[in-house]
Design a protein around this ligand. Sequence first.
Ligand SMILES: N[C@@H](CCC(=O)N[C@@H](CS)C(=O)NCC(=O)O)C(=O)O
Ligand SMILES: [Zn+2]
Ligand SMILES: [Zn+2]
Length: 188
Amino acid sequence: MAPLTLHPLVDNGLTKGSDNFSGGKLHCHCPSNKVEVTITGNVLHNHACGCSQCWKPAGSLFSVIGVVPINNVKVTANEDKLAILDKSATILRYACKDCGVHMFGRIEKDHAFKGLDFIHVELSDEKGWQEPQFAAFVSSIIEQGFDPTKIDDVRYKFKSIGLEPYDVLSPPLMDALSTFTGKKLGKL
Ligand SMILES: N[C@@H](CCC(=O)N[C@@H](CS)C(=O)NCC(=O)O)C(=O)O
Ligand SMILES: [Zn+2]
Ligand SMILES: [Zn+2]
């Protein structure tokens, strides 16, 4: 079987982030007039995501996505090239209209993760971003055409790199979502 290309930040093993990383600039893939988004500080909960909605580099089965407080995210060039991909999604993904790269995703509705933006650190040249911590929505790649009989090879590859594979989010993040819902329903 051809080697699995999960994501460039995962395939050759993880590079640990720096504890005192101060942030960096994300750029879209346009050859000129790039959209630039300046991020202050590091990402949290960085992870691989196999869902069909998150932006993936060409040839990769997974996206790598982490969160930052929205106040740490500023569009610093070519903002006019950004448009929301799907206004009905929970995460409003701001993508470059020319190259299609997702620059950040924002939640406006009442949600456990409102206040955090979702970003892809490989769009930055700076080194020190937190390395991926786990793999999420692994089975979702089957919906996009991945052979279901080979999905355990994907799980095995993530584990061999040190990333636990999940078919939704990690238990702490699922607990945060459920706690939010429980409180909203008045059960907690
Ligand atoms: N199996 C679905 C899963 C989609 C999904 O639930 N994605 C998660 C992880 S990004 C989510 O929070 N989606 C909210 C959104 O896309 O707005 C798919 O692949 O499309
Ligand atoms: Zn672009
Ligand atoms: Zn996703």
